[in-house]
Design a protein around this ligand. Sequence first.
Ligand code: GDP
Ligand code: MG
Length: 192
Amino acid sequence: RLDWPEGSSDSLSSGGSSSEDSVYKVLLLGAPGVGKSTLARIFGGIEDGPDAEAAGHTYDRSITVDGEEASLMVYDIWEQDGGCWLPGHCMAMGDAYVIVYSITDKGSFEKASELRVQLRRARQTDNVPIILVGNKSDLVRSREVSVDEGRACAVVFDCKFIETSAALHHNVQALFEGVVRQIRLRRDSKED
Ligand code: GDP
Ligand code: MG
């Protein structure tokens, strides 16, 4: 079902990997209303509350993936900062990018492609992992973007793909674990 090509993950964890203390920075991008903040809050372990709508949050958490702990900083700051495209800002700071669209909103899907193009331009020389996320998979009756369209887009843009439902907490953990695996794959191939 998921398009993580992680048949190799077992071999990665068996190699007595050095546990670095580095914190991986993960940026959430995407059109307004697609569920970025909801995904970030679930990652941060924060349930919806009165101040749940406050903009611009950073979530810091450690998760164990394939037997190895990883610290993630998840930045939900996309909409608050108009300067995100400037060098040294969002587009330059991530160890991984999560581009979110809503499967109920074709426009947000097109926006995701746009962001991918801009990201490639901003990070031309880096092989930085990007995960395309089709959120709101629980809203089956309002679906405007098929799983196949999402997957095909990810192939074209050379990134990973997953559908999530923040409302049902479905695949949210899998998403962030996948982010860690993608970062590690790049890290480990650099060390060779
Ligand atoms: P953001 O603008 O990208 O940060 O989007 P939000 O996280 O603020 O979510 C926008 C709206 O979509 C809120 O009302 C959320 O409750 C709702 N929402 C987010 N994720 C899901 C989901 O997976 N399924 C459904 N049905 N609603 C969602
Ligand atoms: Mg938000």
